[in-house]
Design a protein around this ligand. Structure first.
Ligand code: ATP
Length: 258
């Protein structure tokens, strides 16, 4: 039987209780199970070691005991609260990491990069249950040690020069998500201006990969829906985040620290 260590979070509206597990295959999958079992909204699943992490589009998220892997359970009565949350969470995460001293940027839709390498990935999933929309927002953040994918990923320690407490990073991220969600539900984020500031792809040449198809163009703006507008040789195209990946052919900048 998995016995988590429990920690209550004070002064927050959207995160209330951390369930800390020594090891889980996937925090998102486990959180989904916890929703079925009747977990309260605001429950945070934290695995000290995630052994079978998932990314978008059935990809794998690699982590070890230097990584921070978490999923938060949210519940909404209206479906309109759900779209856009994955993009918003990427922006909140980048801003949270920035407070640690790194220059974090978001690659649409929600990968967090430092310079030309990925430091964190987000995975938002939703399920309709008991007349409510439940959202599971997961994040994997490379905190300490050497990156598991040295060519494409980076850890916070590699950027800052010294290790961090994973629990401290967890609390910083949860605080940012709590405040971010509270504000976003009242005044939805202006994705275009947020990505102009925190994105690393607008104005760059990107390659949009959708299954076996791909096209290149210049990333122009982000719609309120979260869709990306790309200028191609055949005109403007809008892409939704659900089933596409973005590859950068040119990067906005390569700084690592603020
Ligand atoms: P992309 O937009 O780059 O196509 P994605 O957003 O679709 O990626 P994610 O679900 O965010 O993909 O993450 C999965 C991908 O991230 C993997 O396919 C792998 O390339 C990369 N990856 C896996 N583990 C890590 C990690 N710890 N740090 C950085 N990148 C990772």
């Amino acid at each position: 039987m998995l016995q988590p260590r429990l920690e209550r979070i004070e002064n927050a509206k959207w995160v209330s209780l951390i369930e800390e597990y020594e090891s889980l295959p996937s925090t998102n999958s486990f959180a989904r199970q916890r929703v079925e079992d009747g977990a309260l909204p605001g429950t945070v699943i934290w695995a000290r070691h995630q052994t079978a992490g998932r990314g978008r589009l059935s990809r794998t998220w690699l982590s070890d005991t230097n990584s921070l892997t978490l999923s938060v359970i949210w519940r909404f009565s209206a479906a309109k609260a759900v779209p856009g949350l994955s993009l918003a969470a990427g922006l909140w995460t980048a801003k949270a990491l920035e407070t640690l001293g790194v220059k974090a940027k978001v690659k649409w839709p929600n990968d967090v990069w430092i310079g030309s390498r990925k430091v964190a990935g987000l995975l938002g999933e939703s399920v309709y249950r008991d007349d409510h929309w439940w959202v599971i927002m997961g994040a994997g953040i490379n905190v300490n040690g050497r990156s598991l994918l040295p060519d494409t990923a980076v850890t916070l320690q590699e950027c800052l020069g010294s290790p961090l407490s994973r629990r401290d990073v967890l609390l910083i991220v949860l605080k940012a998500w709590d405040a971010g969600l509270d504000s976003h539900l009242r005044y939805p984020l202006d994705f275009d201006s947020e990505f102009q500031q925190y994105g690393n792809f607008l104005g760059c040449t990107v390659r949009v990969v959708q299954g076996s198809e791909a096209f290149s163009g210049k990333a122009l703006s982000v719609r309120p829906s979260g869709a990306l507008v790309v200028e191609t040789s055949c005109g403007l195209r809008e892409v939704l985040s659900d089933d596409v990946s973005l590859r950068q052919e040119s990067l906005a900048d390569d700084d690592k620290t603020r």
